[in-house]
Design a binder for this molecule. Structure first.
Ligand code: ZN
Ligand code: ZN
Length: 361
């Protein structure tokens, strides 16, 4: 029997396909050579633009944490942020007027929507935004599970710093912080890095998420995410880690095997509103969870993404931030593309139990 489960925060249904489910240990499918490849990497790679010593190969830095007295764009940093050379969105809107060639069709208020003329259906908007790369470490071969506690804390403090800085720009509505790790997760660059994109619009998936959360808040008077956390605690089977500040679990309606959410236990709308101490504590937890995932699933490719509210709603009580880690163990196929629904071939209660075994001290 398969089972349909609904995510209360999106109302999206997921098919938990028990008929063709795989046992948690059967996801250890990736080529066994991957660990050997990462073991053979050196601390420095001559042609890597992210390596310490190769700063001249990358654009000038936006921000870095570095030893006092050292110059920007030279050695001496431990976390470094640069503009993305191949930015999806940029601060120079001229680059994106692809379909018209005539900049005059736009007014200069880049926060506005651009409606088509009466005879046109295609709506456009200049691709204004910010796209930054965070170089997580100066070392070519160092992955988050092996970062020192200090390094991972500084990385999460940099996410917070950049969020706070970008959120002050009135042209931006939403900021997403994410990481692609490995080819199946969308990057071929080995050197550990993350990305931050500030967009001039609020993405549709987020709009849906917001409207569900708002509706619940208006009807029930509570945060839907706080209630979901309570539901997870009462059930208990899907929790993989809990500290004084955070809960880590495989959600009831997980869309893919080993999908992992990290959330603050005490209600907090936006990640960047957290204190410095809590931000550091989050870094340690992420390191621990990624280490566990690496051990349990043979170093899978993965993405992590922060879910935050729109910038304007950072203080609104209907939203509650999360960090979602998705190991890339399966591929989306026709059904998923056609319906937007997911078929998950693992049972979250089973994968959570399996993961708990890898998170013990
Ligand atoms: Zn490198
Ligand atoms: Zn909440």
């Amino acid at each position: 029997m398969s089972e349909l489960r609904q995510d209360p925060t999106t109302r999206e249904w997921v098919i938990i396909a028990t008929e063709r489910r795989r046992r948690p240990h059967e996801f250890d499918i990736l080529s066994p050579s991957k660990k050997e490849i990462s073991a053979s990497l050196l601390e420095y790679s001559e042609d890597c633009p992210f390596c310490s010593g190769n700063e001249y190969l990358s654009p000038n830095e936006v921000k870095s944490y570095r030893t006092p007295g050292t110059n920007p764009n030279s050695k001496g940093w431990w976390v470094r942020v640069i503009p993305n050379k191949f930015a999806a969105l940029s601060l120079n809107p001229e680059v994106s007027l692809l379909s018209r060639g005539d900049a005059k069709v736009f007014n200069t208020d880049f926060t506005g929507y651009f409606f088509p003329k009466a005879t046109e259906i295609f709506r456009i908007k200049p691709g204004i935004g910010a796209h930054e790369v965070v170089i997580d470490t100066p070392k070519h071969n160092e992955m988050i599970p092996f970062f020192s506690d200090k390094q991972v804390q500084e990385l999460f403090l940099m996410y917070r710093d950049r969020y706070l800085s970008l959120s002050r720009d009135p042209r931006f509505r939403y900021i997403i912080i994410f990481k692609n790790n490995g080819v199946n997760a969308g990057t071929s660059i080995i050197h550990s890095h993350s990305q931050i994109i500030a967009t001039p619009i609020i993405p549709l998936t987020l709009r849906n998420n917001i409207s569900q959360a708002r509706f619940y808040y208006d009807e029930i008077g509570r945060c839907i995410f706080c209630d979901m956390i309570q539901g997870e605690i009462v059930d208990g089977r899907r929790i993989i880690l809990q500290t004084g500040d955070f809960i880590v679990f495989h959600p009831f309606a997980s869309t893919s095997p080993f999908e992992t959410w990290i959330m603050p236990l005490v209600h907090e709308p936006c990640f960047a509103s957290m204190t410095v101490d809590k931000t550091k504590a989050l870094g340690i937890i992420v390191k621990k969870v990624l280490k566990g995932m690496r051990d349990a699933l043979n170093d899978p490719d993965y993405n992590f993404v922060f879910n935050n509210p729109p910038i304007a709603d950072e203080k609104e009580d209907y939203y509650h931030w999360s960090l979602r880690i998705i190991p890339r163990l399966t591929m989306k196929a026709g059904f998923e593309i056609g319906t937007g629904m997911s078929i998950n071939t693992a049972i979250p209660e089973e994968t959570a139990e399996f993961m708990r075994g890898f998170l013990k001290e």
